[in-house]
Every structure is written in structure tokens, then in C-alpha cells.
Write a protein that binds this ligand. Structure first.
Ligand code: BGC
Length: 759
């Protein structure tokens, strides 16, 4: 009898243990308490798929509390409260937390975060410490507004100056883009929130962005379009990556296992999750298989489609489980999971100070006659013209736009700084802006005419003229060559007339360029005594511009993108935005690796202002270039001494270009491999800058061998103030060819691309 009871008890215990691992409904495992693998095991197929398709109130499943909490944000993931899985809140974007106003009953709820300098502006600082500092403050706003993932940074390569979203992106060079993104991601994520580096990859135009097929060689992909992402993934560990709208070599990026798994995960070691761009890609099953974990913003039909594919065996449940596991591992790291009590009240005053000082570090002084047209003495009488002087562009439009509490125009900034303004132009320019209707969101505002009589009058009354050229661009469309990249005739006439009238009085004309992208400068620059490229500097625009104009801050920004003499000189001009011209579907990247300065310097095409260029109110000398060895083994160190030779304090951006020997592959004549910004150097002060070159810095991508190979031979180390202004050169040898890294044979083009060659 006793024996039977014991057996019964044992059986009961076995049943109980077995039951506890399948988790009865009443006691399911909880995220954060139980291992992720057990959460995955306990999820129903429906729950798994709900997690992998973004949600809002319309998508089936439990109403995501994130969609309610985060109204105004761009996207959400599902809440599965049974298992302790909170929904995530995702918000744009690169220049500030973007939260759209919304209504609760009749009450309008709106948040007004800091509008930071845009991406192209931040990159022109060439200062990773500064960009990280911006990221730390910006990330605090992400957290305090209750957001888990910031949909930024945008880090596509600026292949062509007409791309409407260039303002969001950093550079034509992947090393600048990669290290800027690294600094930004580290800064933002130091707050315990996530980022989404985007748009992976080759989203280099807005025209037909969701259909366009970019035909790109493996080498150009590896060396130019993927390289920045690789740097950011390996150095900053972003919590998410966002795939792009376009196709590469025939397939949507979100549907390419070779891009999203082989390269991103297997080669670069990415462990977090990938999301699609909003309604990007077409085939959700292919996206799941590629391991594009989350489909955004999510539709009920996509949930049904994925569930059906699992049920009919076309989609392996193991793929779903892996995608879910990676998402859960990220959720564990977010404020929503940690139940962070956000305040909705970040310290906007402190952040405005950081935004102002950051903007000053990003401005590029393009011209300064005799080194003294700028800075301007306090109290001068300024004639301020140009609509953008009064309606200054702080950033671009689309998902990268921000709604800050205020915007400081150039007019406000100069007034705040104590300058006197001649002629009361503000009402006229502001009214002109309000009443002039442009053809579309993408069309620029023609400049308001100012009569010759008025110009002559102000030239006698004022001490100096300032004219601001303004340009805006954004998501959903590309810029035009005429009346956008090229100036309007009216703008050119005004610049010429102002120049002549003021010069006749022995007075100067200063031009401020307030843009998110490159414009033509060669035809009008001779009329100006100084040109300050202010970019789109964020909400403190005018104050930051006044800081530089007055000399409170010495300009230290340099161009992270070439300003060509004319649009036709741009290496991708023949192949942008693609064919057929009325509705582009295909774009062939025939310029190959010769993007930006790689083209201008290799083919001796003189730009208007070259990559890396920027003046200062002081001058710097470069001396004592030393290499740690004359032969490369595992690495080589280069040191150089920078000395401030002028009369005011300033910072210098030091650039290291490498010229590699050409054996099997042709190479650009020089490539940026490292850069640094000095501290603020007092007159006479010096600083030693140290760079380290690693095997990968010597290597090019050999398509035949699917490997990064450094050719044996002599390498020239060029220490420059810009790509054209090389100050010191030294050499080292690599005794034999070095296979630095083996990669996979993937992303192969389907057509023969007629790539540009030197020989
Ligand atoms: C943009 C993304 C953005 C997303 C969410 C898309 O249209 O391309 O950059 O993050 O919308 O707003």
C-alpha cells in the first residue's frame, strides 16, 4: 500500500515539474525574471508575430500601452502584459525628439524639445567629443519624454548634393559618417535609451525611394556605402538598425539575408534588432527570413500573412523565434521595461546652451578677404537683407523636422548681440515669406526684390551689409539644379548690387549661407568679402551665427562634403536620380568608389571648396610629422604638432589621408583614414595629435577574392588641413600583400556596371 502511494507521489511530482516548464496559463514566465528562451517558449504564435509587426490601436492584439503613452511618436511595438513584455516607443529623429502634438478631449498636448544642429552641420565640426556631448543631452530628452528608441542617426553617404535628406546625413565620406554616428550613438545610448542607425543602406535619394533599384558594385558598397555603418556597429553597438526603402542590386534591402544577416550579423557581429523603414520593403515573409526583425509601422494584414506562412510551412518557426529573442533582449534594456518614470521636463535651458555652442563649432568660414572681413566689431550698423535673415531655417522638413519652443533668426541673434540694424526690413521680409506661395513643399522661395534706390541708401547709412541665402529641403523629394542648387537670378542680382553699392562706399558685404545641403558658390563668391556657411544650426541659429560673426567664437568647422564648381562636375550627376527620367526605377552608380573628394582629387577636377576645407580667424602650422616605424607590422602611429600662429584662440581640424600603392586594384589618389580636432589653442600654443593606422586602414576591397587586401608597397601618409591642402607627407612600407579580412561573396550586381576608371 505504502509503495503504491510513494509511486503515486513520484508520478505527481513528475507531472508538476513537467507542467511548470510549460507554464500553466495562471503562472506564465515574466520577462526579466525568467530567461528570454522561456519567454519565447511560452509565447503563442500570435503573440510572437504581434511583437514582430509594429502596432498602433488599429493592429490586432492587445492595445499597446506604448501607443497610448507615446501618442505623437512615430511607432510602437505590442504590449504582451501576460508575459511582462512592454510596448516600445520609437520617435524621430536626427535633429531632436520629434513628437507630434495631439489632443486628449479638447486639450492639445505638445512637447517642444531642443532642435539641435542638423546632421550635415554636426559632421562639419569634425569633433566626436562635441557630437557625443550633444548625444548625451539629446538622449536625456529621449528618456525624459518617455521614448525608448530614437530613430537616428541618419548616416547615408551624400552621394549627390540634390538628395533632399542630405541635411540629416553626415558626409560624402564613410569614415566621417561612421565616427560621427559612433559618437552620436554612444552619447544617446549613455542615457539607457536606444538608437536606430538608418537607412541601411544606400538610401541616397528621395526620388522614387521606395521603388528605386540602386545598382552598385560590391567594392563601392563595401568601401563607401556600408563602411560607415560597419564603423558604427562595431564601435557603438546601436540597439537597432533601420533598413532602407530602396533596392540594392535588384532586391529590397529589408529582404536581403546577405545584407541583414551575413554582413550585419555574421561579419560585423551585430546582436540587436533590425526594423524596416515605415512601410519599406514589400514581402514580409522575405523580411522575416532576412531577419529584419520588426516590420514598421505594422498592419493587421502583415500579422495574418506571417501567421499563415508559419502554419503552411513556408516560414520556419525557428526564424520567428530567433527574431523574437533578439527583440526581447533589446526590450530588456529599455526605459519602458525598467518602468522609468519620465518627467516630460528635460532641462531645456541647459540644453539650449549646448545647442548654441555646438552650432558655432559646426559653421564653416568659406571666405574671409585679407583675413579681416570678419569678425565684426560690436555695435556696428548692419544692413541685413535676405528672407532667411528673418525667417531662418533651423532644420529641414519631413521626419527629421523638430518642433522646438522657439527659433532664433539671424535678425534676432544680431540684435541680441548688440548690433544696430539699418532700415526696418523685418516686417517686409517676414510678410513676403508669409504671402509668397511656392509651387510645392520642395520648391525654394525666390528672393524678395530690393530696389537699387534702397540699396544705395542703405549703403550710405550702414557700416556693412549682410545677406543670407536660405535653402530648405526634406523627406519625400530631391532638390532641383536650378533655383535651388544654383541661385535664383534674383539672388545673384541682389548679391551683385549690394556688393557694388557697399564697395563703392569702401564697405563690405558678408554672405551667410543657411542651408541643409550644398549650393553653387563659384559664380557669386567674388562679390562677397566673407562667406559664413552656417548650415541649418538648430533653434539657437541666430545666436550661434552672431557668436561667430562677432568673434566670440573662432570658426573651426570644415566641409564634410565637397562644394563643386558646377553641378555637372559632381561624379554622380549623370546618374541621378536614375532612369527612366520621368519615373526613375534604376540608378547605376557608375562613379563606383569615386564619390566626393575621392573623385575630385583622383581626376584633378578643381572644386569650388574642397572636402575638409574651412578657414579660421587664426592660422595654424603643422610640424614634426613622425611615424612610429618605416615598415608596417600590426599598426603604425603618426604624430604631428599643430601650433596656433595667429592672434586669437582657435581649433584646427587635422586630417590624415593615405595614398596606397596600386597593384591589382586602382585606388583613389588619397583617402581619409583618420581625423582629429585640437583643443582650443591660445596664440602660440601647440598640441601634439596622434593617429593610429590599423591593417584595415591600408586595405581595399578586392571583389574577386571577396577580401580586404592591403597591397605590399609604399604608403604615403598625408597630414592635411583639407583634402587639397596637404601640409606634411611621410611614407612607410608594407613588405608584402596582406589579406586583412575575408568577407562573403554577396550583394553581387545583376548587371554590368560601367564603372568609372582612372586608366
Ligand atoms: C523615414 C524614417 C523615419 C520613419 C518614421 C520614414 O518615412 O524614412 O527616417 O524614421 O519614417 O517616421
Amino acid at each position: 500500500m505504502k509503495k503504491i502511494t510513494l509511486i503515486k507521489l513520484c508520478l505527481l511530482a513528475i507531472v508538476l515539474i513537467a507542467c511548470s516548464t510549460v507554464y500553466p496559463e495562471k503562472n506564465p514566465p515574466q520577462l526579466g525574471i525568467n530567461p528570454v528562451s522561456e519567454i519565447v517558449k511560452a509565447m503563442t504564435l500570435e503573440e510572437k508575430v504581434q511583437l514582430l509587426v509594429g502596432t498602433n490601436k488599429r493592429v490586432k492584439g492587445e492595445i499597446s500601452e506604448a501607443a497610448i503613452r507615446g501618442r505623437g511618436a512615430a511607432g510602437f511595438t505590442s504590449t504582451i502584459s501576460r508575459l511582462g513584455i512592454p510596448g516600445l516607443i520609437m520617435a524621430d529623429g536626427p535633429a531632436g525628439v520629434r513628437l507630434q502634438p495631439y489632443f486628449i478631449d479638447d486639450k492639445k498636448i505638445s512637447y517642444n524639445p531642443t532642435a539641435w544642429p542638423v546632421g550635415i552641420s554636426l559632421a562639419s565640426s569634425w569633433d566626436t567629443t562635441l557630437v557625443k556631448k550633444v548625444g548625451v543631452a539629446f538622449g536625456n530628452e529621449v528618456k525624459e519624454y518617455g521614448v525608448d528608441i530614437l530613430l537616428a542617426p541618419g548616416m547615408n553617404i551624400q552621394r549627390n548634393p540634390l538628395n533632399g535628406r542630405n541635411f540629416e546625413y553626415y558626409s560624402e565620406d564613410p569614415v566621417v559618417a561612421g565616427y560621427m554616428a559612433t559618437a552620436f550613438v554612444k552619447g544617446i545610448q549613455s542615457n539607457g535609451v536606444g538608437t536606430s542607425i538608418k537607412h541601411f543602406a544606400a538610401n541616397n535619394q528621395e526620388t522614387d525611394r521606395d521603388k528605386i533599384n540602386a545598382n552598385i558594385s560590391e567594392r563601392a558598397l563595401r568601401e563607401i556605402y556600408l563602411r560607415g555603418f560597419e564603423i558604427a556597429v562595431k564601435n557603438a553597438n546601436p540597439l537597432t538598425v533601420m533598413t532602407s526603402y530602396n533596392k540594392i542590386n535588384g532586391t529590397y534591402t529589408a529582404e536581403r539575408p546577405d545584407l541583414v544577416t551575413t554582413i550585419l550579423r555574421d561579419e560585423w557581429g551585430f546582436k540587436n534588432f533590425v526594423m524596416s523603414d515605415w512601410n519599406g520593403g514589400h514581402d514580409v515573409i522575405a523580411q522575416m527570413k532576412a531577419r529584419n526583425n520588426i516590420i514598421m509601422p505594422g498592419k493587421t494584414s502583415q500579422i495574418d500573412e506571417i501567421i499563415a506562412a508559419v502554419k503552411d510551412g513556408t516560414l520556419d518557426i525557428k526564424v520567428i523565434d530567433k527574431n523574437v529573442e533578439e527583440v526581447l533582449n533589446v526590450i530588456l534594456q529599455t526605459p519602458s521595461f525598467k518602468k522609468y518614470k519620465y518627467s516630460n521636463k528635460p532641462d531645456l535651458t541647459a540644453h539650449a546652451t549646448i545647442a548654441r555652442s555646438a552650432a558655432t563649432e559646426c559653421m564653416v568660414l568659406l571666405k574671409n578677404n585679407n583675413n579681416n572681413a570678419l569678425p565684426l566689431k560690436n555695435g556696428l550698423n548692419i544692413a541685413l537683407l535676405g528672407t532667411a535673415s528673418y525667417e531662418t531655417f533651423i532644420g529641414g522638413f519631413g521626419s527629421g523636422a523638430v518642433l522646438p519652443m522657439y527659433k532664433v533668426s539671424v535678425f534676432d541673434g544680431l540684435t541680441n548681440a548688440g548690433y544696430k540694424l539699418t532700415g526696418n526690413f523685418k516686417p517686409a521680409f517676414s510678410a513676403y515669406k508669409t504671402k509668397t506661395i511656392v509651387a510645392s513643399a520642395y520648391a525654394q522661395l525666390p528672393e524678395m526684390e530690393v530696389s537699387q534706390d534702397t540699396i544705395k541708401k542703405i549703403a550710405t547709412e550702414a557700416d556693412i551689409a549682410i545677406f543670407t541665402i536660405g535653402r530648405n529641403s526634406g523627406e519625400g523629394g530631391d532638390r532641383q539644379v536650378n533655383n535651388d542648387f544654383n541661385l535664383f537670378e534674383g539672388e545673384k542680382t541682389l548679391i551683385k548690387n549690394l556688393s557694388e553699392a557697399f564697395h563703392a562706399q569702401g564697405k563690405r558685404l558678408i554672405v551667410i549661407v543657411n542651408t541643409g545641403g550644398v549650393i553653387e558658390t563659384a559664380s557669386w563668391r567674388d562679390f562677397a568679402d566673407a562667406i559664413l556657411l552656417a548650415w541649418q544650426p538648430g533653434m539657437e541659429a541666430g545666436n550661434a551665427i552672431a557668436d561667430v560673426i562677432s568673434g566670440v567664437v573662432t570658426p573651426s568647422g570644415k566641409l564634410a562634403i565637397t562644394f563643386p564648381m558646377k553641378y555637372e562636375d559632381v561624379p554622380s550627376a549623370k546618374n541621378f536620380p536614375g532612369t527612366p527620367i520621368e519615373k526613375p526605377m534604376e540608378v547605376n552608380y557608375e562613379e563606383g568608389i569615386y564619390v566626393g573628394y575621392r573623385y575630385y582629387s583622383s581626376f584633378n577636377v578643381k572644386p569650388s571648396y574642397e572636402f575638409g576645407y574651412g578657414l579660421s580667424y587664426t592660422t595654424f602650422s603643422y610640424s614634426g610629422l613622425k611615424l612610429s616605424s618605416s615598415t608596417f607590422k600590426d599598426k603604425i602611429t603618426a604624430t604631428v604638432i599643430i601650433t596656433n600662429k595667429g592672434k586669437v584662440s582657435g581649433k584646427e581640424v587635422v586630417q590624415l589621408y593615405l595614398s596606397a600603392p596600386e597593384k591589382t586594384l586602382e585606388k583613389p589618389s588619397e583617402e581619409l583614414r583618420a581625423f582629429a580636432k585640437t583643443n582650443l589653442l591660445k596664440p602660440g600654443e601647440s598640441q601634439m595629435i596622434t593617429f593610429e593606422l590599423n591593417p584595415r586602414d591600408l586595405a581595399s576591397y578586392n571583389t574577386d577574392k571577396s577580401s580586404w587586401i592591403a597591397d605590399g608597397g609604399t604608403y604615403k601618409v598625408k597630414m592635411g588641413a583639407s583634402s587639397d591642402d596637404i601640409k606634411l607627407i611621410s611614407e612607410f612600407k608594407l613588405t608584402k600583400d596582406l589579406v586583412v579580412e575575408k568577407a562573403h561573396k554577396v550583394l553581387t550586381p545583376n548587371i554590368i556596371i560601367n564603372e568609372l576608371k582612372k586608366k
